[in-house]
Design a protein around this ligand. Structure first.
Ligand SMILES: O=P(O)(O)OC[C@H]1O[C@H](OP(=O)(O)OP(=O)(O)O)[C@H](O)[C@@H]1O
Ligand SMILES: Nc1ncnc2[nH]cnc12
Length: 172
């Protein structure tokens, strides 16, 4: 039976002492496991229509692109500052190990488009909440936020209260 946990490696004290980093590269190396994780994320969308899948740099890009292709939806990158070449909207946010800014291209989401937000890990929720603010600023409708894994002890779901949140694995 497929168990996502078997494909996630814990790396203690990365990138800072005290943080147990959840490394998804073992999952990415195994095409059957990556396919299974994609299938389960798709099942949990229950056939909801999606126009754009928004992936958050950088680890969110891997499964966001797989999901977009399967959903016949567009893929939209949300990136760290200074990486996107065209005009952008920006949002500040904080995460488990620091502070940063996220950007999205101004023409990436059209008014009323149905959006799936995807990232690998939901930790404090700062990143995903900032992504949601960007999408809503542009008139997008957030249908679901999905993650491979949620670090429940950091209560990220609290920052995503108005949205449907799906995680394949919950770490207590
Ligand atoms: O819920 P939060 O506390 O906001 O943290 C979650 C975010 O942290 C990680 O990204 P990171 O900023 O480390 O960047 P990376 O994906 O480029 O490694 C992860 O991929 C999420 O995007
Ligand atoms: N512990 C963690 N492991 C991997 N990604 C993260 N993003 C925020 N916290 C993380």
């Amino acid at each position: 039976m497929f168990n996502l946990q078997d494909y996630i490696r814990d790396v203690p004290d990365f990138p800072k002492p005290g943080v147990v980093y959840k490394d998804i590269t073992p999952l990415l190396q195994d095409p059957e496991a990556a396919k299974k994780a994609t299938e389960i994320l798709l099942e949990k969308l229950n056939g909801l229509k999606i126009d754009k899948v928004v992936g958050i740099e950088s680890r969110g890009f891997f499964f966001a692109t797989l999901l977009a292709e399967r959903l016949h939806a567009g893929f939209v990158p949300i990136r760290k500052p200074g990486k996107l070449p065209y005009e952008t909207y920006r949002e500040n946010y904080s995460l488990e190990y620091g502070e940063d800014v996220l950007e999205i291209h101004k023409d990436a989401i059209k008014q009323g488009e149905k959006v799936l937000i995807h990232d690998d890990v939901l930790a404090t929720g700062g990143t995903a909440a900032a992504a949601c603010r960007l999408v809503e600023k542009m008139g997008g409708e957030i249908v679901q936020c999905n993650f491979l894994m949620e670090l429940a002890f950091l209560h990220g779901k609290d920052k995503l209260k108005p949205y449907q949140v799906v995680s394949l694995l919950t770490v207590e």
